[in-house]
Design a protein around this ligand. Structure first.
Ligand SMILES: [Zn+2]
Ligand SMILES: [Zn+2]
Length: 340
């Protein structure tokens, strides 16, 4: 994440702030170019974004502003929702406060996903006449359901119970995971979505199959065999060395999506560390250099959170056997970003 400063008073502000905590200036996030700037109300509903260069000169706050969205929408856009909120197709209605709170927390994680993908040159947008690779999100709160989180072509579904710490922690322990977060789910499911753009359309299927296995393998059978085996194992079994997580070993598609998610974790983690002066060495933009820094930094960050009495923030070991897969993700992302 980038580091932002209040343009009015110079205090540090963060990506999710809609007001400067120091001088109380109202702030709005402008998705393009990706900056948090002071906003001023000019009439009943439209705003001036102070310091924004170029058109447009009038903005709306996203219609979800009351639910914590701080993104701005150009008034000429013909849209009432921002570039992140307009990706949401399904959400809970306002009859359940718990559901709406969980939804707004998930939207905050989604804004991080949308901003990062944009900055990496992999933007996502709803389907349209110009976009045959559209994506929408169904953020659903179904307390009685079995897990619904997953991906179908063009649709990511998130089970909003994942926002609840107790629910997520119980699932994390049950599935023997080191790491389980809402942002992690969104990054993982996005990995499934971008498979076509990054691998199939880039003519990289053979290379992908050599690294991850054949993604045409029977999914249901793979899942059953994995979870059948899992119940026979001791709870502290670590994932096999060539997998970034236990779930990655279920099926080649899951291995790809897990590697894509961890690639986004390390890119965001490294960027944040650099922006906040926590990484004084830096990397040269190649994957081996990034991994070297990430191993050092994530170890340090995990020890800092343990020093504060909290569990490890990341807790994942990127072993050497995983590097070729992450290199492949990095190469595919870089190739698509260069095309733009
Ligand atoms: Zn301020
Ligand atoms: Zn919004």
């Amino acid at each position: 994440m980038r580091r932002f400063t209040c343009r009015t008073c110079g205090a540090a502000v963060t990506f999710s702030d809609s007001r400067c905590p120091s001088c109380e200036t109202h702030l709005g996030f402008v998705h393009e170019p990706g900056d948090l700037l002071p906003i001023e109300l000019v009439d009943d509903s439209s705003y001036l974004v102070v310091g924004h260069q170029g058109p447009p000169d009038r903005w709306w706050r996203c219609l979800n502003a009351a639910w914590g969205c701080n993104w701005m929408v150009p008034t000429g856009d013909g849209a009432v929702w921002c570039a992140s909120c307009r990706l949401t197709r399904g959400r809970p209605d306002e009859s359940s406060l718990d559901a709406v709170r969980a939804w707004s927390t998930a939207e905050a994680a989604k804004r991080r996903l949308v901003a990062q993908l944009h900055w990496l040159g992999l933007p996502i947008a709803p389907p349209s006449a110009e976009n045959d690779d559209g994506l929408v999100f169904d953020l659903v709160y179904l307390p009685e359901s079995v897990g619904v989180t997953g991906h179908r072509p063009g649709v990511i579904t998130l089970d909003l119970r994942e926002v609840d710490h107790n629910f997520r922690e119980a699932a994390r322990q049950h599935f023997r995971e080191e790491y389980r977060t809402v942002l992690g789910h969104l990054r993982h499911e996005t990995g499934h979505h971008v498979w076509r753009r990054l691998v199939v359309r880039q003519g990289a299927l053979d290379e992908a199959r050599a690294l991850f296995g054949d993604e045409r393998a029977d999914y249901a059978a793979a899942l059953e065999s994995h979870y059948g085996e899992m119940h026979d194992q001791t709870p502290d079994t670590r994932p096999a060395a060539e997998f970034v997580s236990d779930y990655a070993s279920v099926h080649p598609s899951e291995d790809w999506a897990e590697c894509f998610a961890h690639y986004l974790h390390l890119r965001d983690g490294l960027e944040t560390a650099a922006e906040f002066g926590l990484d004084t060495i830096g990397h040269d933009g190649t994957l081996p250099s990034m991994l070297e820094r990430w191993r050092e930094l994530s170890l340090g960050v995990d020890e800092v959170t343990r020093s504060l009495g909290q569990p490890a923030a990341y807790g994942v070991t990127i072993r050497p056997q995983i590097e070729p897969k992450l290199q492949f993700v990095h190469d595919r992302v870089s190739a698509v970003a260069r095309e733009r």
